[in-house]
Design a protein around this ligand. Sequence first.
Ligand code: NAP
Length: 253
Amino acid sequence: MSESPARVAVVTGAARGIGAATAVRLAADGFAVAVLDLDEASTAGTVQAIEAAGGRALAVGADVGDAGQVQAAVDRVAAELGPPVVLVNNAGVTRDNLLFKMTDADWDLVMTVHLRGSFLMTRACQKHMVDAGWGRIVNLSSTSALGNRGQANYATAKAGLQGFTKTLAIELGRFGVTANAIAPGFIQTEMTKATAERIGRNWEEYVAERAAAIPVARAGVPEDIAHTVSFFVSEGAGFVSGQVVYVAGGPRT
Ligand code: NAP
């Protein structure tokens, strides 16, 4: 008897950080994973980690904000791995500044990557989910959606993703597709390292200070988020849709 092929997941921004940990986790859960990032070569480490553990991965280079690149990437995933029925919209950037110093370009880039990127990726993948009568969409929001000094652009995009998620849940539910959002708090990645650097803080001191304000008394790691993605994507989570889970070691830190 031949084994049925693995279901296919796409994780954006999966070269490093939360996306890389999520790609590795979904592969361990049995998915064939398209490891998508801006530069295909940058995904090599994630792809190797998946393959070394016996999983199946495909390196894909695409800018999620570019409609042509997104469609080409999703078409390639469908042709080479199979129809994508899981999508994790994780690719992200920050361009932090106080409102009066924020440039048009800072605003536009953050909206393009988080909002337009998630829209384009989801629109391209949903067809495969609807055809399969099964799908899982997970969007990366943030505790910044509740408001965060210096992040008018990012907080707006992350709040927008919550509305996007709830609308997807309403439109796609009848096709067996769920959509949920994860709002991480402070997670140790290159993104938060860059923030520490920008404000002139020593990384270890910065992590310790942030951890001290978190109810569970530690900073988050990418695997904390990957674990929650794994839950939303699981078969048993089919009645959970349109939800936002704050994964922050407390309500909002
Ligand atoms: P990260 O380490 O900076 O990784 C983000 C990845 O996204 C990078 O590999 C980046 O590629 C890629 N990317 C950026 N723009 C892209 C585009 N247009 N198309 C495709 N890929 C693109 O970030 P992270 O900390 O793991 O964060 C992952 C997600 O979680 C983001 O959505 C972030 O906003 C969210 N989040 C993070 C935290 C946290 O504390 N770390 C908290 C809340 C929410 P390049 O390196 O080439 O730019």
